[in-house]
Design a protein around this ligand. Structure first.
Ligand SMILES: NC(=O)c1ccc[n+]([C@@H]2O[C@H](COP(=O)([O-])OP(=O)(O)OC[C@H]3O[C@@H](n4cnc5c(N)ncnc54)[C@H](O)[C@@H]3O)[C@@H](O)[C@H]2O)c1
Length: 282
């Protein structure tokens, strides 16, 4: 007999960042349907049903502290879903604050409230697929001890930060991999992430305006279409559920096969990059 509870969240308290739109909103809806008490952190007011909305800017550590206090006043937190993010049309330093520093600051502030068996799932991106070639820079940033040092490092390294988005997403992957053993052995908490390919959410028009339609058309999509927000939400719901109790330090490339094709030399990344640079007039 299959234990349906293995994928259920009955009675669990969860926090979804970015629950105001797209993948976070889809995750919040699924988690509510599965019986969770859903808390949402976002700058945008959610329309999906939730237990509590915490209007919070992830670029503001003080605001994060206040939200952590408000969420944890009600008790433990079983699972954290780090879905919020800014696209590359925003200033690179702001993107780093929201996509990496705020993401990490929130996670660390919540650790003492996540019990054994709890889990963290983050959303990286196909844009972070080059993480292995950029490990040294990612690890240098991850090695910064706190918010102020991390922010100062980003400001002092504009070349490494590039347009912000790709570096923030590479760093999320390396941060997840680096933390899995420690969080597992010290706290019995798991941490994983997904790296989605192009997905139809409010962020998609922003991405197209930056890299151009030609680049998006050349992005390999074996399904013949972009994915949906729900198709990205289910893998993180799985990752934070008891069904994935031995899974930690993993990246699910929820990209229809793009990463696999890239790693095995089947994707002409140089041609893709050329069309993106053309769209930017470079
Ligand atoms: N859409 C894609 O093609 C795609 C592909 C790969 C990865 N991603 C990543 O998926 C995640 C979800 O994005 P989405 O596509 O659902 O986009 P979305 O724009 O629909 O949702 C992002 C959410 O993050 C929130 N947010 C933005 N800045 C914030 C801040 N400073 N503080 C708190 N919340 C903030 C937004 O208000 C929004 O509700 C992001 O991390 C994004 O980078 C998206």
């Amino acid at each position: 007999m299959v234990d349906a509870g293995k994928f259920g969240y009955e009675g669990q308290r969860v926090l979804v960042t970015g629950g105001g739109s797209g993948m976070g909103e889809a995750a919040a809806r699924i988690l509510g349907d599965l019986g969770a008490e859903v808390h949402i952190l976002d700058v945008r007011k959610p329309t999906v049903a939730n237990h509590a909305f915490h209007e919070t800017d992830l670029a503001d550590p003080k605001a994060i502290d206040e939200t952590v206090a408000a969420v944890t006043k009600g008790g433990k937190l079983d699972a954290l879903f780090n879905c919020a993010g800014l696209s590359q049309i925003h200033p690179p330093q702001k993107v780093m604050l929201v996509n990496y520093l705020g993401h990490r600051y929130l996670t660390e502030a919540l650790l003492d409230h996540i019990p054994e068996g709890g889990a963290i799932a983050s959303i990286s991106s196909g844009a972070g697929v080059g993480w292995q070639g950029n490990m040294a820079n990612c690890m240098e940033l991850i090695g910064q001890p706190d918010w102020a040092a991390g922010k100062a490092w980003c400001e002092a390294h504009p070349v490494e930060v590039r347009e912000g988005y790709s570096f923030s997403k590479e760093t999320i992957i390396v941060w997840v991999l680096m933390n899995a053993m420690r969080l597992g052995s010290e706290r019995k908490i798991r941490i994983n992430c997904i790296a989605p390919g192009p997905t139809d959410t409010n962020m998609m028009p922003e991405i197209v305006s930056d890299v151009g339609q030609d680049f998006m058309d050349s992005y390999p999509k074996p399904l013949g279409r972009n994915s949906t927000a729900e198709e990205q939400a289910w893998p993180i719901v799985f990752l934070n559920s008891p069904s994935a109790s031995a899974v930690s330090g993993n990246v699910i490339y929820s990209d229809q096969g793009f990463a696999g094709g890239l790693f095995t030399g089947q994707v002409d990344i140089a041609a893709m990059m050329e069309s993106a640079l053309k769209a930017k007039g470079m």
